[in-house]
Ligand binder design. Structure first.
Ligand code: SF4
Ligand code: SF4
Length: 307
């Protein structure tokens, strides 16, 4: 089945930012996580800002720049210049070829986004097979990995052939026809739910949650899911939001196995700085907010925990 007009086979590539080994936060057990680049939500608290854009981007860590000027000559479009020890970069004109990052001797430039052949991704993922305990495996994440659904389907199929547990980490903001083919080859969907009310969802992610909720209702009737909530103090941990979340999650099917809450953190700060993006200020919930939220969500009858 072709989901998109472009042909896709194991000789084709996926556009990814990273393959992370030994991850303990992307599903059950020890996991290898493939981060796809490109997202159709824009959560204001995103901790992986390099995965939002569907294009390659250069990150500059000026603290490591030694002012050698090698990037000036590496870029045929002359987008880097060093003036009085100041590194000036015309980011908006960058084509993302990556030549400057390859040439930089100090590791001050990093290329976010690479097309990696699917067979190479498979090799990197199965390399860890021996160290996966019975409940570990591979997670496809992002960004929104389902924007490259054909690639995820092929990769997940390859994992299943080898008996590897597959998680798909998604916000489900795609047509149901994109999700459906993944169901037989996915052991567990990790579904990010950002807010209880449509109003808050729209305000902080730029999109409505209606399609997400419809997809989640269908999916939890046929396939195992965990719902994961990034909790931002004062935004989605208010009494109104948590109550709305409880009502919403109560309507889900019997395959919703767990609600996992993840406290806001600022681990993405360095990446915002390197991409010259503004990082908005948010707060993590304190212990009493966490306890209150857990108590309310346990009223759904679904196991809930802070991760
Ligand atoms: S090549 Fe790297 S270290 Fe040299 S000026 Fe450019 S960014 Fe700085
Ligand atoms: S990625 Fe390519 S186009 Fe962009 S600044 Fe570097 S060398 Fe120039």
């Amino acid at each position: 089945m072709k989901l998109f007009s472009e042909p896709c086979g194991m000789n084709d590539s996926a556009f990814i930012t990273n393959i992370q080994h030994f991850s303990l936060h992307d599903g059950p057990g020890i996991r290898t996580t493939v981060f796809f680049k490109g997202c159709n939500l824009h959560c204001q608290w995103c901790h992986n800002p390099e995965t939002i854009s569907g294009k390659s981007q250069i990150g500059i860590d000026t603290r490591h720049c030694i002012g050698c000027g090698i990037c000036e000559s590496a870029c045929s479009s002359h987008l880097h210049s060093i003036n009085e020890n100041q590194h000036v970069f015309m980011r908006e004109k960058c084509q993302g070829c990556g030549k400057c990052a390859e040439a930089c001797p100090a590791g001050a430039l990093e290329m976010y986004g690479q097309k990696m052949p699917l067979d190479e991704i498979v090799k990197k993922c199965i390399r860890d097979k021996e160290i996966f305990p019975d409940f570990g495996g591979v997670t496809f994440s992002g960004g929104e990995c389902l924007l490259q659904a054909e690639q995820v389907i092929l990769l997940a199929g390859e994992m299943k052939k080898r008996g590897i547990h597959v998680c798909v980490d998604t916000a489900l903001n795609v047509p149901w026809s994109v999700i459906e083919p993944l169901i037989p080859i996915t052991d567990l969907f990790l579904v990010d739910v950002k807010a209880g009310t449509e109003e808050t969802h729209k305000k902080y992610t730029n999109v409505s949650n209606r399609r997400i909720i419809d997809n989640l209702k269908r999916l939890t009737r046929i396939s195992d899911c965990w719902v994961r909530i990034p909790v931002i103090h004062g935004i989605n941990d208010t009494e109104k939001e948590v109550e709305a979340m409880k009502i919403l999650l109560r309507e889900m099917g019997e395959h919703l196995k767990k609600i996992q809450m993840l406290s806001y953190h600022t681990y993405g700060e360095a990446k915002y700085r390197c991409l010259e993006l503004e990082m908005k200020a948010f707060e993590a919930p304190d212990l009493s907010d966490q306890e209150r939220m857990l108590k309310v969500l346990l009223e759904t009858g679904i196991p809930a925990e802070w991760s």
